[in-house]
Design a protein around this ligand. Structure first.
Ligand SMILES: C[S@@+](CC[C@H](N)C(=O)[O-])C[C@H]1O[C@@H](n2cnc3c(N)ncnc32)[C@H](O)[C@@H]1O
Length: 529
């Protein structure tokens, strides 16, 4: 699963387990167990297979599980990277390991490590002369070789850690479905199965077994690593979380150990499903469902997907071109072929646009937005103006532009926070308020998107307030405004306090804590807010 979303599971025999098992029956280690028993249990349904259910009352921030990976390594389609630490490599700075595969340096910290380039892997890659397929003069051509590394690491577990291998093989493969998707199956055959069995000569692994490992990785793995690092990993219990387009957990992975920690992002009651989103939440229902079907092989029927308004967020809605008053919504969001109609039945009876026309329009607008430079504030604002009568203000395309603007205003040259006029500061604030209303619904609670946006909100509030103070405002006005800043910062510092300190979000969390100290100084002057 991507950072925002993802993953899945295994064989029908496993489905026959009892309706409700404690986590420890599946894999004793890696499960968080409190004094009064496991935090979650695993249940089974016909539609979803196994899924995780809470046994406790959980608060936002509570740890649900924290565990080391079973296996990690390069993502499919990754650039050439160091097999030890996964740093992307440029040809001129590359070192070769004795097995002939690239490393960042002879002293790479991942050399000889279980979750890096292990001695066993090195010996196998060397013995099979696998490096003869690596053309160091052409990094582009070298890339597909990396697709077979994690599958090989899974297969090597058979010898080096049989228990982990057995556990991994209980995960869903969706082989029955994947086998009937020729493009997917044949790509795996060519770039993984034949690479391992024919190019590297490791015939001891059967075709079926390697395809299963590919399926397990596609369905169950997490994308991990900090920005610019392209790694995927399988975890012993986290894969059991089912998908929901409004998830109730957030997770982070530690940079040096790759340990995954899953926390509740909202309150979770005993018996409630523990979920994450396998798809990017800032997408339309159509796009999320397409992603889930193509990559996780199921049709999402969650509350958000079933509701044309997406729980009142209107993230897929257009403004009706006919009455300019209603919103154009899918007449059946669970059917991608369904027509789109105006919500204003009285004024616009019978108005409709076909799914195909809608798709063409969105493709065109998406292309336009993709062409905007990621720091170009002016063009982003022009885009929003251009489509103000077409896209709902919180349409997902608008939201992605607004999310960028919320982080650019105050940060980039020409738009540094102290240089912004009151008008632009107010604009930043309005954008943050608008997007946080949507995040409160689709990514509620202690989530990265909310944490970052709350932090972004405090800056314009604070600068506007300081300017007002200089222009003389009353103590009580000041106090009430500072209260708002305090609220944003307090929540942002708690949420972002869970992020790794070296990550951009973690650094923001530290900055939020520093800013809180300064606000407390105001409190000393003005009295308690
Ligand atoms: C990472 S696995 C989750 C564990 C899996 N259910 C198992 O039994 O091993 C992801 C798979 O679970 C199923 N799944 C997860 N969430 C689902 C949902 N909301 N609706 C239907 N199926 C779901 C799908 O088959 C999906 O490919």
């Amino acid at each position: 699963m991507s950072k925002h979303s993802r993953r899945k599971k295994g064989k029908s025999a496993r489905r026959s387990q009892s309706q409700s098992t404690t986590s420890s029956e599946n894999f004793e280690e890696g499960f968080d167990v409190t004094d009064d028993g496991p935090i979650f249990e695993v249940k089974t349904s016909k539609v979803m297979g196994r899924y995780m259910v809470s046994r406790k009352n959980l608060k936002p921030g509570d740890v649900i599980l924290s565990e080391a990976p079973l296996v990690i390594g390069p993502c499919t389609g990754c650039k050439v990277q160091c097999l030890g630490c996964y740093k992307t490599l440029e040809s001129s700075f590359c070192t070769k390991c004795t097995c002939g595969w690239p490393l960042c340096s002879p002293k790479c910290k991942g050399l000889g490590k279980r979750f890096g380039h292990s001695q066993v892997e090195c010996a196998v890659l060397k013995a099979t002369k696998s490096s003869k397929f690596l053309n160091y003069d052409n990094f582009e051509e070298m890339r597909p070789n990396f697709n077979a590394i994690v599958p090989l690491r899974c297969l090597l577990l058979k010898e080096t850690d049989a228990r982990s291998y057995q556990h991994l093989m209980t995960m869903e493969t969706h082989n029955e479905i994947r086998r009937n998707i020729p493009e997917l199956w044949q790509t795996n055959q060519r770039t993984v199965v034949d690479k391992i069995r024919i190019d590297w000569g490791l015939r001891e692994y059967s075709q079926e077994e390697i395809h299963s490992v590919c399926g397990i990785l596609e369905v169950n793995s997490f994308e991990i690593g900090q920005q610019g690092v392209n790694i995927r990993g399988l975890y012993p219990s986290a894969f059991l979380m089912s998908h929901d387009c409004v998830p109730n957990t957030n997770h982070i992975d530690e940079e040096s150990t790759f340990r995954l920690t899953v926390r509740a992002s909202t309150r979770i009651e005993p018996g409630e499903m523990i979920t994450l989103s396998y798809a990017y939440t800032l997408q339309s229902t159509l796009k999320r469902r397409e992603h889930l079907l193509e990559n996780k092989f199921f049709e999402c029927q969650c509350r958000r997907c079933s509701d044309p308004t997406e729980l009142g967020t209107f993230t897929s809605a257009l403004i009706c071109p006919k009455c300019k008053d209603g919103f154009v919504l899918s007449s059946n969001p669970l059917d991608p072929e369904a027509d789109w109609t105006c919500s204003n039945y009285n004024k616009c009876p019978g108005y409709k646009i076909s799914a195909k026309s809608m798709q063409l329009l969105l493709d065109k607008i998406t292309q336009e937005v993709d062409n905007i430079d990621c720091n170009d504030v002016i063009t982003m604002e022009t885009f929003l103006k251009k489509y103000r009568n077409v896209l709902h203000p919180t349409h997902y395309i608008n939201l992605s532009v607004k999310l960028s603007l919320s982080q650019l205003y105050g940060r980039i040259n020409g738009f540094l926070i102290d240089e912004l006029s009151d008008e632009v500061l107010t604009r930043k604030l309005e954008i943050c308020e608008e997007i946080i209303k949507v995040f409160n619904v689709i990514e509620p609670g202690f989530t990265r998107l909310r944490g970052v946006t709350l932090y972004e909100m405090h800056a314009p509030l604070m600068v506007l307030l300081t300017r007002q103070f200089e222009r003389h405002c009353t103590k009580s006005e000041l106090r009430s405004k500072l209260k708002k800043v305090l609220k944003c910062l307090e929540e942002a510092s708690v949420i972002l306090g869970y992020e790794p300190e070296s990550s951009p979000e973690g650094m923001m969390g530290v900055a939020a804590k520093d800013a809180l100290v300064k606000i407390r100084d105001w409190e000393k002057i003005l009295g308690r807010f």
